[in-house]
Write a protein that binds this ligand. Structure first.
Ligand code: BYC
Length: 317
């Protein structure tokens, strides 16, 4: 083989080994491309579907300021979806195809968005716990091996930190309020705690993709490592709020310097992943309807772009 004919697999391995980024123009193994499409698409779909549980409270936010903040947050999630669909498109798949795969159940979105938002405190709990869990995972992903995904993550993480703070601040206001407000904060915390821990994915010994994804530098930490990091960070925050973690087995282990926590209900997690959670059907029905209702906008935008292109061709002549 001549110097100019570098073996593409060897070049790919070199990039991964050196901790450099794989870029869209680079050769990559087909299985790497498929894994990246699966993960980025699942992530994008989660951002977009994740607007629904929070959007549910925009009309009922308790003040004008809270409403404005919540609108901004939900809008950010739509923006995250757009960065991520764009990153996925660099792998040779269209946003249209990805949406079709989501609607037909061939692609997933995060389990966490299949639970209902029953009170205003749920908006606080989602920001604090769900965005907190998301950041724990996404800070790792800023260093992931696929360039466009890692760069999207840097921007997303900055916005997620604001989201987490706004959620914590809602909880802080509630726990410093009336007895009833404290009670709804505790109730929301209890309902979101376990699903937030499950959000990190199955235990390492049951995770299908972790080993290969670690070898490719896609995942730099495992599901269990990230879950532990999240628990260690969040329990002291719950203590500060005066909320009780709904886990009788929770205790701080002096030797390891970590919190020990109880068993997650993995049957419930898999039921939700399979489509049988409390809100799966509603979420997909709503998402599909929005996609169908928006078809005319996409068609009009395409017709406009074609007209512009035609006009500029005419001007060139
Ligand atoms: N839900 O081998 P594993 C946000 C699936 S949104 C559903 O460990 P992997 C926000 C997994 O797909 C942020 N399915 O997989 C937005 C696989 O099935 P398939 C969302 C799950 O990929 C709005 C099987 O289980 N964040 O922040 O190595 C408002 C085995 O799992 C889940 C991301 O999407 C789950 N929770 O690791 C507020 C992060 N977990 O695909 C906030 C990007 C696992 O073979 N994604 N499965 O059929 C990742 O980092 C990884 O994909 C995961 C899973 C850590 C989630």
């Amino acid at each position: 083989m001549t110097r100019t004919e570098v073996d593409p697999q060897a070049r790919f391995d070199e990039i991964i080994e050196a901790g450099e980024k794989v870029e869209p123009r680079d050769w990559m193994p087909e299985a790497y491309r498929k894994t990246m499409i699966r993960q980025i698409a699942q992530h994008a779909h989660s951002e977009v579907i994740g607007q629904q549980p929070e959007g549910n409270w925009i009309t009922r936010a308790p003040s004008l300021a809270r409403k404005a903040i919540l609108i901004a947050k939900v809008q950010d999630e739509a923006g995250h979806g757009l960065y991520l669909y764009s990153a996925a498109e660099t792998l040779g798949v269209s946003r249209h195809e990805l949406n079709e795969m989501l609607h037909s159940g061939r692609q997933k979105y995060s389990s966490i968005f299949n639970y209902p938002t029953l009170s205003w405190a749920d908006i606080g709990a989602i920001g604090w716990l769900v965005d907190g869990a998301a950041i724990t995972n996404q800070v790792m992903l800023t260093r992931t091996s696929y360039g466009p995904y890692s760069r999207a993550m840097i921007r997303i993480c900055k916005e997620e930190s604001f989201h987490q703070r706004q959620g914590y601040e809602i909880m802080l206001a509630l726990v410093n309020g009336t007895e009833q407000q404290k009670a709804i904060a505790q109730d929301a915390f209890e309902r979101w705690w376990w699903p937030s821990l499950a959000m990190f994915g199955p235990p390492d010994d049951q995770s299908t993709h972790t080993e290969q994804s670690q070898a490719w530098g896609i995942k730099l930490e495992t599901n269990d490592e990230l879950r532990q990091k999240f628990v260690d960070m969040t329990v002291p925050q719950a203590d500060y709020l005066g909320l009780t973690v709904p886990d009788p087995e929770l205790r701080y282990d002096e030797d390891s310097g970590h919190y020990h926590f109880g068993e997650i209900d993995w049957d419930d997690f898999w039921q939700v992943v399979k489509g049988n959670g409390p809100c799966n059907r509603e979420r997909i029905a709503h998402k599909t309807k929005a996609w169908d209702d928006g078809a005319w906008v996409r068609e009009a935008a395409l017709a406009h772009a074609a007209k512009q292109a035609n006009n500029s061709k005419g001007a060139e002549k």
